[in-house]
Design a protein around this ligand. Structure first.
Ligand code: GAP
Length: 528
């Protein structure tokens, strides 16, 4: 319960300080859509820039000791409608959905768990059979408490026994077949009001063209724009297999139940990279990228113990995937359990093969280096010909940029009643929206002039905020609450020795640094 409260506090801090607002709030909001405020967009851009730099501008060193080849693209949100037929999204990109006939609410049954009320043998007290099942939305504390209350009421009335923590079975589990009439939906007064699960396609549609408009879809993943341009990239750049193509951009999904703040929204941003490689090397690259991505999350300030890897079971793999491992994070609403942050999928040759088939264009790759190697090994002409042309395999690390914003907010959130602000955000300094707060101690004796000059110098290189108002304690508190790692105060001593007080957010330590050394001081700390 404490953890759920943390989530409420994070949401409220985000609103109060301008990280994230509900979209269209003045019209009552629109479910599943969020706007990023001044601080939220800075934080999002910092994550985006770090990912882009690590993937495209300075990609990791590969197993052969050389930097990996990588290029970036920015493709259209709307593509030819055939794209989604070929990719399998038109037919296969669906989530199960159930409706509650009583409350008219809609749920994903794979997100509903239950509390059981069991019949018991009067003599022995042994459990005989599940009498009623009280569904609640996983990760929603209020929903859990409501289900527990209903189960306890039922137990009191009929002598049933409440089982709070049965093995975690989602309502899509076959165990519930034949039990639907005994299930209470999360907000329902009566049992048996849920409809049977049915599949619901997640793609959001639109129309293009004034005359005879064509039905189109807003992309549900950025990946397909990369596959459609595979040939263009091979023909217009110097990349050779193995290489990656990276992209950051908006994706849209008509999620059945958008929830947990910006964790699952209907409009969101993804950071995806498709790594094209020879099929024989695909497993090696799958492992390489899994390790690399774990390393990156830690490099932006996520603690190792809050991350874990989880291989997908066969029955949860996406329609295109041969194998997938999720990087999961311990969110406040999943703790002590973990929830998805990023998926690293082995997409095999699925996408290029499908687009080749549906477009009629060849999307195979001629591997000249392999051809030369096979020739040198004395392989027959036929074997060389057959093996040096192939459809590459794809390893795809795919993460959510907006989900990463949530992750960093959760990771940074800290409470300490003894500080000027009892709540503060411990962002890694590189990721913090504002890097430096600059304050004159008082608005006289030449202090504002020195502070303004410092601000004018530093703002060229670092995101700074100049704040001459209120008491120094209040200014520190405000900066702590938005996660600013360094505050600089120009005080009486500055007038005599040209030094300023620099206060470090996490340790609260203060040190004096000369005005002419401040830029170097910050550069060193913000590039670590
Ligand atoms: N191209 C593969 C792909 O899209 P995915 O697991 O469906 O795979 C990748 O999505 C990542 O995108 C997820 O791990 C998550 O971080 C993010 N994501 C997916 N759906 C989201 C949603 N509705 N809201 C926010 N982020 C989402």
């Amino acid at each position: 319960m404490a953890e759920a409260n943390v989530m409420e506090k994070i949401v409220s801090l985000c609103k109060r300080r301008g990280f994230v607002y509900p979209a269209s709030e003045i019209y009552g909001g629109i479910n599943g859509f969020w706007d990023y405020g001044p601080l939220g967009s800075l934080l999002k851009n910092n994550i985006r820039d770090s990912w882009w730099r690590t993937m495209v501008e300075a990609p990791p060193i590969g197993p052969d000791g050389h930097p990996i080849e990588m290029v970036g693209v920015d493709t259209s949100i709307i593509q030819h409608p055939q794209t989604w037929v070929a990719s399998g999204h038109a037919s296969g990109f669906a989530d199960p959905m159930v409706d509650d006939r009583e409350t008219k609410q809609r749920y994903r049954p794979d997100h509903l768990s239950v509390i059981y009320a069991w019949d018991v043998e009067p003599e022995s007290g042994d459990e005989t059979q599940a009498k009623y099942l009280f569904a609640y939305v996983e990760g929603d504390d209020a929903s859990y408490r409501k289900a527990l209350k209903k189960a306890q009421k039922e137990a009191k009335k009929t002598g049933a026994k409440v089982i709070e923590n049965p093995p975690r079975l989602r309502l899509t589990h076959p165990e519930f077949d034949g039990y639907w009439e005994f299930i209470y939906a999360p907000d329902a007064e009566h049992p048996g009001t849920l409809t049977e699960p049915r599949q619901f396609n997640l793609m959001l549609g639109s129309e293009v063209g004034a005359v005879d408009p064509v039905k189109v879809y807003l992309r549900p993943e950025t990946a397909q724009g990369i596959f459609l341009n595979f040939k263009n990239i091979i023909d217009t750049t110097r990349v050779k297999i193995p290489f990656g193509v990276a992209q950051i951009g908006k994706s849209f999904r008509n999620e059945v139940t958008p929830r947990n703040f910006i964790f699952r929204s209907r409009e969101f941003e993804q950071m995806e990279m498709e790594f094209f490689c020879h099929p024989d090397e695909s497993r090696m690259w799958y492992d390489f990228w899994t390790a690399e991505r774990m390393r990156w999350w830690q490099s932006i300030g996520v603690k190792k113990e809050n991350l874990r890897l989880r291989e997908h079971e066969k029955d949860e793999l996406s329609h295109y995937s041969k194998m997938t491992v999720d990087i999961e994070y311990k969110y406040p609403f999943t703790a002590p359990d973990f929830g998805e942050l990023e998926g690293i999928a082995h997409r095999g040759d699925y996408d290029l093969t499908q687009h080749q088939k549906h477009s009629g264009n060849r999307l195979d790759y001629f591997d000249q280096e392999l051809q030369l190697k096979l020739k040198a090994e004395g392989k027959s002409d036929e074997e060389v010909k057959a093996k040096s042309r192939y459809i590459p395999n794809v390893i795809e690390p795919a993460s959510g940029l907006t989900r990463a914003v949530l992750l960093l907010l959760c990771e940074a959130y800290a409470e300490d009643a003894t500080r000027p602000s009892p709540v503060y955000l411990k962002f890694d300094p590189k990721m913090a929206p504002i890097k430096v707060g600059i304050f004159p101690l008082v608005n006289k004796e030449g202090m504002p002039e020195i502070a303004e000059k410092l601000y004018m110098d530093l703002r060229q290189k670092f995101m700074c905020e100049y704040d001459p108002k209120q008491s120094i304690g209040k200014r520190y508190a405000r900066m702590d609450e938005i996660g600013t790692p360094y505050c600089m105060t120009i005080d009486g001593q500055t007038l005599t020795d040209q030094t300023v007080t620099i206060r470090e957010r996490d340790t609260l330590k203060q040190e004096r640094v000369s005005l002419d050394k401040i830029s170097g001081y910050l550069s060193e700390r913000l590039s670590r």
